[in-house]
Write a protein that binds this ligand. Structure first.
Ligand code: HAM
Length: 420
């Protein structure tokens, strides 16, 4: 242990557990790569204003949870709390939307930062894999994204998740609803904080978990009754497409999401084994975001899945991913001469693409065999002076436990044949 610890609300990924996180990232990315999404990477920090304008000044994410800093040069930056605003900013900056191929479909994977109260499943540094489809208004695109997330989770073996689906309306119908909701909420018996929220972000009040608030919300106007015909038709089409593909979802008219840029389709993937931090992923349409950050009108839709929570969901369901052992061959030299000879064989095997490791540090046979076991290697190669004098090495099959001498010259070919 050193003097230092990982900062509060963060944790390190170390072997062997880290392999699980890599596998989860790959499993989420695979359906996207298979569906025309190209990889994008953006900086870990951006201008604060990108998020305050994009995600919304009134959201918890911007008003309470952003890590902000002023550089020596005087720039106001924020560690990214989410990926959508950055990805859209980068797509606009690179003029990807002008190349004539709309929608621009992008996927990403990275670290995000929110100054939240840490608890299980809620961290200050966490990781997401996300997808954004920029520049097309088409219910099939919304359905595609939901189907791909569903496919990713299923490929990991997850079963106890649910998809919550809602429509938040658009710039025509939502303001009408917002007014009606505010009028209703202003009549209720609420604390000052919540009263402020009525004026800033009334839809979030519907999300209030406190029973004394929920009790008063009975009879509140519901957005569904205010959706304009275009939004209604769009939402029906998304639902029909999902149903036709056998993707089961639940209509959840209370689903609001914590970011201001959403319009129309919004959805969340929740897992029932995670307690209060049950959202493993979420997303939706954000038709106005591009204009909010100074770009042209580009209706878009996307999602992000939380890697940390997805790993917790796997654990909650008792799912062990089948991770192939990272090492196929482990070489154990006994003595100086053997070290030189086996090191050359290790290098040769690696150059041929065989995952190989080596007992470093000149430890004895017992300790080295322990390392060989721990590596998960299928074969161990042991060589001492006497073996080398006879021009052989000992090849041990770690599954059967059988060991046999193999001519040094034939070793590489023999291993390749056995692994094939
Ligand atoms: P979000 O719902 O804020 O959406 O985050 C997506 C997912 O990231 C959550 O469902 C959760 O799994 C994970 N997550 C969020 N905060 C934390 C935390 N503090 N600790 C652990 N995991 C966390 C977005 O970020 C949007 N950008 C999604 C999107 C993409 N919408 C459109 N395109």
């Amino acid at each position: 242990m050193s003097t230092f610890k990982a900062p509060k609300g963060t944790y390190d990924l170390t072997p062997p557990d880290s392999a699980k996180y890599l596998a989860v990232r790959e499993a989420i990315a695979a359906p996207l790569k298979n569906s025309g999404y190209g990889y994008i990477e953006t900086p870990g920090f951006e201008d604060v204003a990108l998020f305050s304008r994009g995600v919304g000044e009134s959201t918890d994410i911007v008003s309470k949870e952003m890590y902000t800093l002023t550089t020596k040069g005087g720039s106001e930056l924020a560690l990214r709390p989410e990926g959508t605003a950055s990805v859209l900013r980068a797509a606009l900056e690179a003029n990807l939307h002008k190349l004539g191929n709309l929608p621009v479909k992008l996927w990403y994977s990275g670290s995000y930062y929110r100054y939240e109260r840490p608890q299980k499943g809620r961290y200050r540094h966490f990781s997401q894999v996300g997808a954004e489809a920029i520049g097309a208004e088409d219910p099939a695109l919304d359905a595609e994204l939901i189907i791909l997330a569903d496919q990713a989770y299923r490929s990991l073996g997850l079963r106890n998740f649910r998809i919550l689906l809602n429509s938040l309306g658009d710039k025509e119908c939502r303001p009408v609803y917002r007014d009606a909701l505010q009028e209703f909420l202003r009549e209720l018996d609420l604390d000052d904080d919540t009263r402020r929220r009525i004026e800033l972000n009334p839809l979030r009040v519907l999300d209030d978990k406190r029973p004394e608030v929920q009790k008063q919300l009975v009879g509140a106007p519901v957005l569904r009754d205010y959706l304009c015909d275009a939004c209604k038709a769009y939402h029906e089409e998304v639902r029909d497409l999902l149903t036709a593909e056998g993707v089961v979802y639940e209509d959840d008219e209370k689903l609001v999401r914590g970011l201001d840029y959403y319009t129309r389709t919004t959805f969340e993937f929740v897992h029932d084994g995670l307690g209060s931090q049950s959202a493993v992923g979420g997303g939706g349409r954000y038709d106005g975001l591009s204009e909010m950050i100074g770009g042209p009108a580009l209706p878009s839709v996307g999602w992000a899945l939380g890697v940390d929570r997805t790993v917790l969901a796997l654990e909650a369901e008792g799912i062990e991913l089948e991770l192939p052992a990272s090492t196929s061959v482990f070489a154990v030299p006994l003595g100086e001469e053997a070290r030189r000879v086996l090191f050359a064989k290790v290098t040769e095997l690696r150059r041929l693409g065989v995952a190989t490791d080596f007992a470093f540090g000149g430890r004895g046979l017992k300790g080295a065999m322990k390392s060989a076991n721990r590596s998960g290697a299928r074969f161990t190669v042991v060589a001492g002076e006497r073996d080398l004098a006879e021009g052989v090495v000992q090849l041990k099959d770690m599954e059967s436990g059988e060991q046999q001498p193999v001519a040094l010259d034939a070793l590489v070919a023999e291993i390749q044949q056995k692994l094939a």
